[in-house]
Design a binder for this molecule. Structure first.
Ligand code: MYA
Length: 648
């Protein structure tokens, strides 16, 4: 294990500092690349080759700073490019273009759609389906030339907010159709595929579904078993296998299906599976659906198994190229996540309105309950979570519209934060209503049932937290390797930059990155807290990598907490950015927003400090070992372990 004194001794940018950096980098980079089951970038792979000085110089140059705000946090850096100022991508015309759809869609949901009836019937009414098709809601982001509304992500986000605030089951139907069902055709489709499918999908003549999950494959998406074998004449693939829990699975005509194409490796002669995406039509034959699943919530959304039995798919229906299926799946999921984030922000707003309405009218102990601190705290926490979710959703959508490509961690955080916040907000809304909250008539119990799945599907939150943590650790590993190369090739600038950052930290001089130049003066105390948190987080990550090396991949107790701290850091920064923009635009709610942000930042800063203290404490390591042991005993006994107090 790297002794902490090594970090402080001899770091004077002379030979001893170089030696220190060399040792830190060598130790860390050697371990960190394989550290996570997390992604290995092409740069880091390149750096694994043996190299001479010339090669090294080339590779040092090729190591790249990501534009992702989140990834740079892992190096203790504040990278404002995609966060400050808070984006504002729509011009007046684009705003008008989306406004014309909002009122009719809102009215449609208020007057025509009956979410209670849909829930009881476990089916979305024909009237709702047809009405939405007429309004263009099945082709919100399909370009106009293919028959859709042609809205960009930001405009679409505004509509998704409206839909999801009214009926989560309907939003799943629409989301499964366009956020993921045919999104692959938009992102990766050939011109011929777009022309063939998009017009019918946009008009709702065809509905779409996304078929990835299988009986033995949930989070581990790469391990799917469905097979797609090329026919002898090379004209089509024959699909065999099955998918489960497919939204719209019972009636979709078009499916984005993921399957393994077996192919023989030229060098080894071994058969390899190449995960590949296909556009599959029900009418190809060999595709059948099971009965609708009986579920806890989103009952009106149709969820079924889908079976493939010698289903013949023309080769021209390969989507995104043979062997690119995992990439296609991940990109579709990343790209669709903003819809869930903004949608759940709308759901929270609806619940908050109901809670306020109840609280200001309900009298207990001689006062309306909104005047009690207990209720006030609930309302403020509910609004804060909704505000941040909205901030993350529209940040994501707008960044995507302005060409961001490295938003996978930001999208994952948005999904985690939105689904957990919505759960919290709905639970508190029910609590504020007291017994009334438990009654169906209040309209909250259905929403809670509907919401439960959001923490599970489209990437389980537990997995996404680990994904964020491992991806960040991987990024640092790559850069520490770069530093090691800089040392080998005497790249003086890189060494000085990194060395002085470490030196400042290690002698306690570091005050963190300078953030306040981006932030409204009234928020400077929060900016300082963020700066300190980023600095401490960055140095903690480095220490963790040095301590655990490649075994970090087995340290889910820690990586989970790293993911959690990342969420706190990102939400602090995003809310500071949005609020600063509100001051700049002289928004009448800027001061109100800044009060929410202040509470959030102060508490998030405390949480981060407390988590770092915890994971650095040997008692934590001891507790995690205990937990592993206790869990093993439970699993062995297949029950709780303690003897019953009555002894029988
Ligand atoms: S659909 C089913 C949802 N299923 C999932 O989400 C599966 C979750 N699993 C995963 O995401 C992956 O398997 C994980 C990685 C993350 C576990 N972006 O070695 P690896 C790259 C970009 O880490 P694994 C549903 O629920 C990585 O960099 N790239 O992979 C329907 C590396 O690249 P390279 C990524 O350990 C719900 C390579 O892949 C990403 O196997 C209906 C390998 O990485 C990523 N995210 O697993 C909802 N991940 O090799 C309806 C990995 O180049 C919607 N990589 O270094 C409703 C919404 C409401 C909207 C409102 C509408 C109105």
């Amino acid at each position: 294990m790297m002794n902490s004194s090594l970090l402080t001794t001899g770091c004077r940018l002379g030979p001893s500092c170089i030696s220190l950096l060399n040792r830190v980098a060598a130790r860390t980079a050697a371990t960190a690349t394989s550290a996570a089951s997390a992604p290995v970038t092409s740069e880091s792979r390149a750096n694994e080759q043996p190299q001479g000085t010339k090669d090294t110089e080339k590779k040092v140059k090729s190591a790249r700073v990501s534009n992702s705000f989140v990834l740079n946090l892992y190096r203790g850096n504040f990278h404002p490019n995609e966060l400050f100022p808070y984006p504002n991508v729509l011009n007046e015309e684009q705003k008008e273009n989306v406004k014309v759809f909002i009122d009719p869609i809102w009215k449609f949901f208020e007057e025509k759609n009956d979410s209670v009836k849909n829930d009881i019937n476990e089916k979305i009414s024909e009237e709702t389906m047809n009405g939405l098709k007429e309004q263009g809601a099945f082709g919100i982001q399909v370009p106009v030339e293919y028959g859709g509304l042609g809205l960009n992500n930001t405009q679409a986000a505004r509509l998704y907010e409206v839909v999801t605030s009214h009926d989560l089951a309907v939003s799943i139907c629409l989301g499964a159709h366009q956020s993921i069902g045919f999104k692959g055709i938009l992102l990766f489709g050939t011109e011929a595929q777009k022309q063939k499918y998009l017009p019918k999908l946009a008009g709702g003549e065809y509905t779409a579904a996304f078929a990835l999950t299988e009986p033995s494959t949930g989070s581990d998406a790469a391990s799917i078993k469905t097979k797609a074998e090329l026919s002898a004449d090379g004209k089509y693939y024959v699909l065999n296998g099955s998918k489960i829990w497919i939204s719209n699975g019972g009636f979709a005509e078009v499916f984005t299906v993921f399957a393994q194409v077996p192919s023989v490796d030229d060098k080894t002669g071994q058969v390899q599976n190449k995960m590949t995406a296909f556009i599959v039509e029900r009418k190809f034959g060999g595709l059948t659906s099971g009965p609708p699943e009986k579920k806890m919530g989103i009952k009106a959304s149709n969820t079924t198994e889908v079976f493939f039995e010698d289903c013949k798919v023309p080769v021209e229906n390969v989507l995104g190229g043979v062997g690119n299926g995992f990439k296609v799946a991940m990109n579709i999921l990343n790209n669709g996540r903003f819809g869930m984030v903004v949608g759940l922000s709308g759901t929270m707003k609806m619940a908050i309105r109901k809670a306020i309405d109840f609280a200001k009218n309900r009298r207990q102990f001689g006062r309306t309950i909104d005047t009690y601190g207990n209720i006030q705290e609930k309302l403020v926490r509910m609004e804060t979570r909704q505000y941040i979710t909205e901030t993350l959703g529209f940040l994501l959508a707008q960044n995507m519209d302005r060409g961001s490509t490295e938003y996978q961690c930001e999208a994952a955080i948005g999904k985690i934060f939105a689904s957990e916040s919505a759960w919290f907000v709905l639970d508190e809304a029910i609590q504020i209503h007291g017994g009334m909250g438990f009654m169906r008539a209040t309209g909250l119990e259905r929403v809670v049932r509907d919401l439960r799945i959001f923490r599970i599907f489209e990437g389980a939150n537990d997995i996404l937290r680990l994904f964020v943590g491992f991806t960040g650790l991987q990024y640092v590993g790559t850069h520490l390797r770069e530093l090691q190369n800089a040392v080998k090739s005497f790249n003086f600038n890189a060494i000085v930059g990194e060395g002085s950052k470490r030196l400042r930290r290690n002698i306690g001089m570091s005050s963190g990155p300078n953030i306040n130049e981006f932030i409204h003066p009234s928020l400077h105390p929060c900016g300082l807290l963020l700066s300190k948190s980023i600095d401490r987080f960055g140095s903690t990550i480095e220490q963790i990598l040095i301590k655990h090396g490649k075994s970090i991949r087995d340290e889910q107790f820690i990586v989970h907490r790293i993911g959690e701290m990342t969420i706190d850091l990102f939400t602090m920064a995003a809310s500071l950015s949005r609020c600063t923009q509100s001051f700049k635009l002289q928004s009448p709610t800027a001061v109100h927003e800044s009060n929410l942000v202040r509470i959030w930042c102060e508490e998030a800063h405390d949480r981060i400090n407390s988590t770092i203290d915890t994971i650095q404490n040997p008692a934590f390591t001891a507790r995690t070992k205990l937990m592993t042991e206790i869990a093993r005993e439970m699993v062995d006994k297949e029950s709780t372990v303690p003897v019953h107090p009555l002894g029988f």
